[in-house]
Structure formats: C-alpha cells, structure tokens
Design a protein around this ligand. Structure first.
Ligand code: FES
Length: 154
C-alpha cells in the first residue's frame, strides 16, 4: 500500500502534467525513491491513482530500465555494455566487478550491499568503459578505480 507521503508526492506530480499518462514513470520513481524498488502492490496502487492498467505500468517499468521491479542492494551498479565500452575494456571491467562482488548480472550480494546490472550506452562514450554507481557516473574504469569506488560504499 502506498504511504500518505508517496500519494502526496504523486498527486503533486500529477498537478504538473496535463495527463495522468505523463506521470506514470514519475510515480514509479517516487515509490522507488522511498522503497528502493517498485513491488506489485505499489504498481496496483499507482494504476488506481492514474487510471492505468497494472499490466501497462509493468511493461513500462520493464522497458524503462531505471525502474527496479525486484529488490536491489543498497548500492546499484549499472555497467554499460554498449559498443564503445566493449571496445575500451568492458570485458575486463565486468570480470573484475563480478569477481570482486561474487555475483553476476541481475544478482545482489548476500550482504545486500550491491546489485549488478547491465545498461545500454550511458552517453559517456568518451569516458569508456563507464558505469553508474547509484546516481553517479564513473568513467575510464580500471580495476584499481573500481576497487576504490566500491570501498567507499557502506
Ligand atoms: S558505450 Fe558505454 S557510455 Fe557509451
């Protein structure tokens, strides 16, 4: 069930747009900001608020890969797997991350600290290989830089 605070924020978002349809992603982002991910129950409640079907919201969330439909760790790593990053050392970075964390794509570490996900081009090709760590972009990655970044994450 959505909290009163979540509902208020979604209603405030609705006031900014001419249609409820335009608020769909924003509403899911609000819930995700509060809970870390968007569960089925939240999808159902948002769909009622926005007069949308849960299936439409679910497919939108699936398409928009910044909405998490499963629980994630405290820190989310999204590693770019598009062409410039491939050329500039993606494989080495992926192997280092997977080895360091002991998980593969789509998985979360047992201590719930990190989730590792693939993502398409982050628009930072000049800094390839690149990844997002939570909401921050990091480029020119190498194992040493990655270790330093992960160490800062509690
Ligand atoms: S290909 Fe990785 S940031 Fe563009």
């Amino acid at each position: 069930m959505l909290t009163a605070e979540e509902r208020q924020e979604i209603e405030a978002e609705m006031a900014l747009y001419p249609t409820k349809e335009a608020v769909r992603i924003g509403a899911m982002k609000i819930v995700q900001r509060h809970r870390g991910w968007v569960c089925d129950e939240s999808i159902r409640d948002i769909s009622e608020m926005l007069n949308a079907s849960p299936a439409d919201l679910d497919s939108l969330a699936t398409f928009y890969n910044l909405i998490f439909r499963k629980p994630v760790g405290r820190h989310v790593i999204m590693l770019c797997d598009s062409v410039s990053c491939w050329i500039m050392g993606y494989e080495r970075v992926r192997e280092h991350l997977a080895g360091h964390l002991g998980i593969g794509f789509g998985e979360t570490t047992p201590d719930n600290r990190f989730t590792l996900l693939p993502i398409v081009c982050l628009g930072a090709c000049e800094q390839a290989p690149a990844m997002m760590l939570d909401n921050h972009l990091h480029g020119n990655l190498d194992p040493k830089k990655i270790d330093g970044l992960l160490q800062e994450c509690k």
